[in-house]
Design a protein around this ligand. Structure first.
Ligand code: UDP
Length: 425
């Protein structure tokens, strides 16, 4: 049985021209022309929940519209496998875990099952994150150019876990990281690209919706649209610090008693920790009618997240580690200022505008209070952030970078390899 394919609706690159600019679309078309009909495969572990599942529908759909023969498939793990990969994920973000011999064996056993389900040949294979990372080492004879795309914050990677992953990564022709800081010094690989992720300005998550509709949506979930709202949208994961967000809200509430907090979190199929953390956060939230805790199982899908982001005064992303944090660009794109942890990919998104970077609960409280008290500041930071997202963090820039990397690999032109937003864009 082949790896499960994810079915996607068609997208039109031309629809992005009014937002990203005619030049950006023309550049994509000219990079794509020599790659016409190239077979591209993206592989990750889940089609729902988390940033990768958010990016791949647009990236794959736009690659198709640009003339490539792109598809997206997922590897069918089980709970035991995802327990190992969640530990790997946590270790790569710096947690003191060990991937022992039994875990390594379980990882390789399941990876070998994926190998047996692999079918057909591609010109470019893009493997996302650790879950399917062993594929290249297990399929050394398969043709095409193989790329490992890491979405994780590796700034303080646990070296035992990285040491387990590194030989698998070194089997690839190229690796993509979100920022130069994530590249491990001992990695030996043919090509190294720096490509930040992106948001889709036309998706149900980010497309314009009427303010009255946003208000009516949040109202249905227990929020009073006429009172200030703080929001964090994140998987239930300790690295996203949901309890810290509740602490910030409680401190803000002492100064601004009518403030409300919405914590929205989805349950990803490859994230077995989610429910445990959710219950813990639920207990910590206690009974407070101005604090709502919602998940996709309450009916909060992309459009609802969009509405909550638009209806908020301030969006929080109090992460302690963060590969990128799409939620930051999502809020900024809607002109909402963000108070966020000074970690991983977040400072790159905020730049000198967009909101405030914070290192602890006190700073997050102070920044939230400043913003809640000053509508002019909220608006100027929000507008600055939106412009920055338009320039650097839309799907069109991400697609352009992938096409440049494909060209670099196919034609052996290392000078085309994208090196991040500070150079070349
Ligand atoms: N998300 C969502 N509903 C939720 C929680 C998260 O739609 O309840 C989305 C969020 O809008 C974003 C993605 O999941 O698009 C999370 O990506 P991010 O890069 O912020 O974090 P990750 O989960 O990849 O660590």
């Amino acid at each position: 049985m082949p790896l499960e394919i994810v079915h996607l609706p068609p997208l039109s690159l031309d629809a992005y021209a009014p937002i990203a600019g005619d030049e950006a679309v023309a550049e994509i078309r000219s990079l794509a022309e020599p790659l016409r009909d190239a077979r591209v495969l993206h592989v990750n572990a889940t089609k729902f929940g988390g940033g990768v599942a958010e990016i791949l529908p647009t990236l794959t759909g736009l690659m198709r519209d640009a003339g490539l023969d792109a598809e997206w498939r997922i590897v069918p793990g089980d709970d035991a496998f995802y327990n190992v990969t969640k530990n790997m994920h946590n270790g790569l973000q710096g947690a003191p875990v060990t991937i022992d011999a039994a875990m390594q064996e379980a990882f390789m056993r399941t990876s070998d099952r994926f190998r047996q389900e692999w079918e057909s040949e591609y010109d470019f294979v893009v493997i996302h994150d650790p879950q399917p990372a062993a594929m290249r080492a297990l399929l050394p004879q398969a043709g095409g150019h193989w790329i490992w795309r890491c979405h994780i914050d590796l700034t303080t990677a646990n070296q035992q876990v990285w040491g387990f992953l590194r030989p698998m990564v070194e089997a690839y022709d190229a690796a993509i990281f979100t920022m130069p800081d994530y590249v491990q010094p001992d990695l030996r690989i043919g090509m190294l690209a720096i490509i930040p992720p992106s948001i889709d300005p036309l998706s149900p998550k980010n497309a314009m919706i009427d303010p009255a509709l946003s208000e009516s949506i949040v109202y249905r979930f227990g929020i009073d649209p006429h009172r200030p709202l703080l929001l964090q949208v994140s998987r239930f994961d300790p690295w996203k610090d949901p309890k810290g967000v509740i602490d910030v809200y409680r401190r803000v509430k002492k100064e601004i008693p009518d403030v409300q907090l919405a914590l929205i979190g989805s349950m990803a199929t490859d994230d077995p920790e989610g429910w445990t953390i959710y219950k813990d956060v639920l207990r910590y939230a206690a009974i407070d009618e101005d604090l709502v805790l919602l998940t996709n199982l309450d009916g909060v899908g992309s459009v609802e997240v969009n509405a909550f982001q638009r209806a908020s005064e301030v969006v929080l992303q109090k992460s302690l580690r963060e590969g990128f944090g799409l939620t930051v660009s999502e809020a900024l794109w809607k002109g909402i200022p963000v108070v966020a942890g000074r970690v991983g990919g977040i400072p790159m998104q905020l730049g000198t505008t967009g909101g405030r970077l914070v290192d602890n609960i006190d700073e997050a409280t102070e920044a939230s209070l400043d913003l809640l008290r000053d509508a002019g500041l909220r608006s100027s930071l929000g507008q600055g952030g939106r412009e920055r997202v338009r320039r650097y963090f839309l799907s069109t820039r991400n697609l352009r970078d992938y096409l440049a990397l494909f060209t670099a690999l196919r034609d052996d032109r290392p000078e085309l390899v994208p090196q991040g937003i500070s150079s070349g864009h």
